[in-house]
Design a binder for this molecule. Structure first.
Ligand code: HC1
Ligand code: SF4
Length: 581
């Protein structure tokens, strides 16, 4: 322990922590912008590039030797004295923001990050009232080349958070600094269009961008157009992870479950049918568990990798093309849902599938690009027509004038609305594996998992890499779980080297799984947000009467009436796919 003084507060702190960390303990707020320190997500950005956290280091003997230092990287030492509240430090912080604003588009009113922008909040917090240096500004065209991500380099403040997210956490290596000085911004090498890069559209760069330099491609107007077209029958489905995060956009605590309010809001917005992607998650388990048992019993390729996450699928296509036989061929749940909506549901309800529009509400930006993949659109009908993120849904609810917090609860429609506890945990890392184990265990052993036996604690938690062994009869099934593409890379390298010990591997591109998706409400650097959302999903699982996918009555009926056997011929045609090199 060492003794330091922050402003007039004497305190003891562990040696070596930074002034910023010490100030948190002292209850003194030092503003930050480029800094990120998310332990659970293994996301640290300590580039000290923005200079927004400047404080004054006091020389006790000679005031004239006081100097300004960035609090985020300056380590504390014994007898250190720091002032965060002097005119000199406040002016330095304000000047750092003013300089950023002098080269920043003046369009907060119409900016997609209006009221969510960290630069805008800082200008308010630091009492910036005018931009003193009005000068030339960057003037690059927006990159609208992909179906998923918009890059507006004029709004880049060069904090490098996206670069860290993309290169260190996700190991994708897409984003790096381009240009120098005044004209510098972050983008793909040689500033090629995003669509030509190997971007996975995981959206982790969007999740951490403090401004609107990186945002999702907005598709809300397309949804309103479909709803307002009298000839269209518009079906909406909501991903598992939405229900524990949407409330945040209306001031609720992360992890608050708003399933019932969300369904009411969607009905009031005018969708013709409101369904749950969880139903299709149960369907995915039927297919993946069957595929796993088939591979196990016929000595086919193992490990089998889960295939619900489109960003991870892009990652393997770009980076490990020689391993394309390891992911399950099952389409992702929301895509399966689209396939069923435009066949089984259309036939049953005598609706022309040409008039059905399927809208997916996803926590994910990559789902936008997934829905546009050629193999999922080349048939007669797109499986899914429009994907909007949790944030876009929030914006639409606001646009429609719906007071979300006051809404009563309602239920999903049927027959594609029944869901299980297994399906809801798809939204967290480890959840797909746990759901698959619940079904595979019963199918392999013939024994029933009773009560809380369905919970496999080793598969739970937010850690980026997890490892478990589950005994199924006389077989020991080894399960690996990775969230975050950097962690996924480690498991894939093991497979490539022939060293993988696993039978099943679950991979989700976003740290924490879909709850930490690129399309979720911004976590603004708070680790707790992801944990709370995860708790919300585990709670919902715990409260469900049916907790195993193969016991979902509407799924059983779907196979009986339409699909035949899991992993059978019709199921193959509608629910399975292949991957592109
Ligand atoms: Fe996910 Fe999935 S869980 S991929 O993480 O398999 O996006 O929530 O909808 O499709 O069900 C996302 C979440 C989601 C799919 C399901
Ligand atoms: Fe990198 Fe993911 Fe952003 Fe693409 S979406 S640039 S892969 S962080």
């Amino acid at each position: 322990e060492i003794h330091i003084r922050i402003n007039d507060l004497e305190m003891s702190v562990p040696e070596g922590i930074t002034v910023l960390e010490a100030s948190h303990e002292a209850g003194v707020k030092i503003p930050t912008l480029c800094h990120l320190d998310l332990h659970d997500l293994q996301l640290y950005n300590k580039t000290a590039s923005c200079r927004v956290c400047m404080v004054e280091l006091v020389d006790p003997k000679d005031k004239s030797r006081n100097r300004l230092v960035p609090a985020c990287v300056t380590k504390t030492y014994d007898k250190m004295r720091v002032r965060t509240d002097t005119i000199r430090s406040i002016t330095a912080r304000r000047m750092a923001v003013e300089l950023l604003l002098s080269n920043h588009p003046n369009e907060c009113f119409t900016c997609p990050k209006n009221l969510e922008c960290e630069l805008q909040s800082l200008a308010e917090e630091l009492n910036v009232r005018k931009i003193r240096w009005e000068g030339e500004r960057m003037d690059y065209p927006k990159d609208l080349s992909s179906d998923a991500i918009v890059k507006d380099s004029n709004k880049c403040i060069y904090c490098r958070r996206c670069e860290t997210g993309c290169n260190v956490v996700q190991t994708c290596g897409i984003l790096s600094g381009i240009g120098r000085g005044f004209n510098a911004f972050v983008g793909p090498a040689f500033n090629i269009p995003m669509v030509e890069s190997s971007c996975t559209y995981c959206g982790q760069c969007v999740q951490v961008c403090p401004t609107a330099a990186l945002t999702e491609m907005y598709h809300t107007d397309k949804v309103w157009e479909a709803i307002n077209d009298p000839d269209k029958y518009v079906i909406v489905q909501t991903a598992p992870a939405i229900r524990v995060a949407l409330g945040e956009l209306f001031g609720m605590e992360p992890g608050t479950r708003v399933t019932g309010k969300m369904v009411t809001a969607l009905k009031r917005m005018g969708f013709d049918a409101v369904f749950d992607t969880n139903f299709a998650a149960d369907l995915t388990i039927m297919e993946e568990a069957s595929e796993f048992i088939y591979r196990l019993e016929n000595n086919k390729t193992l490990p089998m990798l889960t295939s619900c996450c489109p960003a991870w699928i892009k990652f393997i296509e770009h980076q490990f093309p020689e391993l394309l036989d390891v992911p399950s061929t099952s389409k992702s749940p929301h895509i399966m849902f689209g396939a069923i909506a435009k066949t089984y549901y259309a036939e049953r309800n005598k609706i022309d599938p040409d008039n059905i529009v399927v809208v997916s509400i996803m926590p994910c930006i990559a789902k936008k690009a997934e829905a546009a993949r050629p193999e999922l659109t080349k048939d007669e009908h797109n499986h899914v027509d429009i994907v909007v993120t949790t944030r876009e849904l929030g914006a639409m609810i606001k646009e429609a004038g719906i007071e979300f917090t006051k809404l009563p609860d309602s239920e999903f429609d049927h027959p594609l609305g029944e869901t299980t506890g297994a399906s809801v945990i798809f939204g967290t890392t480890g959840g797909v594996a746990e759901a698959a184990v619940r079904t595979a265990y019963e199918w392999i052993t013939g024994d029933e998992l009773k009560g809380e036996d369905v919970v496999f604690q080793q598969l739970r938690g937010a850690t980026g890499l997890k490892d478990a062994t589950v005994e199924m009869g006389d077989r020991k099934i080894r399960i690996g779980i990775a969230s975050g593409l950097g962690n996924a890379r480690k498991l894939l390298e093991e497979i490539r080297e022939g060293k993988s010990k696993y039978d099943i591997i679950e991979i989700m591109a976003c740290p924490g799984g879909c709850i930490g998706g690129g399309g979720q409400p911004f976590h603004h650097g708070n680790d707790e947000v992801i944990k709370k959302r995860q708790q919300g999903l585990y709670q919902e699982d715990g409260e469900k009467k049916v907790r195993k996918s193969h016991e979902n009555k509407e799924i059983i009926e779907l196979y009986k009436n339409y699909l035949g056997k899991p992993f059978g011929e019709t199921a193959h045609r509608l629910l399975h796919t292949h991957y592109e090199e």
